[in-house]
Design a protein around this ligand. Sequence first.
Ligand code: GN1
Ligand code: MG
Length: 369
Amino acid sequence: MPLYREQHLQEVSQQFQIYGQILHAEPCKIGHINETYTATYDQGGVLVRYIHQRINQTVFRQPVAVMENVMRVTTHLRQKLVALGARQMTRRALTVVPTRDGKSYYCDGNGEFWRTFVFVERVQSFESVQNPSQALEAGKAFGEFQALLADLPGERLHETIPDFHNTRKRFDALRRAIEVDHCNRAQFASREIEFALRQESWVSTLLDAHARGDIPERITHNDTKFNNVMLDWETGRAMCVVDLDTVMPGLVHYDFGDMVRTTTSPTLEDEKDLSKVEMQMPMFEALARGYVGAASGFLNPAERRYLAFAGRLITFTIGIRFLADYLAGDTYFRVHRPDHNLDRSRTQFKLVESIMQQEEAMQKLIDSL
Ligand code: GN1
Ligand code: MG
């Protein structure tokens, strides 16, 4: 972290209702969008950690709306968990630390929005899944998350990113990015472009099912990447889910699909050796058991019928977002090497193929649960 940031962070940290002295802060490298720091405070001789995070306003254009959602969601989760007799609440749901004037965010002199969370201790997250029991925990965690939010009182949540998982619109955006070819990169992505364009016939499947009234809108997380599940580092059990900026109205398939994308292949999202990228049935089975077990109270039959398909659709959707960003010059997802977004898209497309080959068996499994 550059020094000026450290100093700036000191100043930011003083805005929040945190008792004690900030000792140091480290950048936390997880995530492609926001800027996250883990800060350690001395509170009367005890070291306590917090998360300070700067919201990326290019991506989240209405940070106040984001924080309104986050407050409603975390407050509701906490109430429900307490009623269920949960303990160690700051490990079971994110806890927002208010500013000294009682707000959920601090807007600094540069117009940057900052928020602070209690650090969730004694947990870990993984970039890729190690075994089926982790996949089961992920499924359970997001299934429970949706179940707990099903009775959120009040008006509809804000759409923090409109059309976030609208594959039709994402597809059209890709087509535009290919036409414009802003960085002259389409020539290096011809196979990926060709693959993507060939899939058009099914991009609207879930949108159509929703428009027909078969599958309802619910409150969904929308970024159910495996690294957003915090696992207790002793028991391996899911303690809570994080990254609540995209919690908004959605289809359950968006969540289940992204879980399939990130928990069924043993590889990282940017794995270059495509022979390793594969939808593994034992992982899927565990994931599906975890998810359906937790969500069976509210899932309707039509929703169940599209669960395997959701894996294909969301993996494809993220794949075309990576590809469009590569063509546009890497302006959205943080990249760590040249062609990173292209590599990421290629990995997603390999996984799409692997899912399509096994989709029937995947859905059969869902039907048997
Ligand atoms: C982004 O920043 P992170 O890793 O939580 C993205 C997700 C993608 C994901 C791909 C707001 O999430 O939609 O699935 O990268 N978040 C946003 O790794 O666009
Ligand atoms: Mg995220």
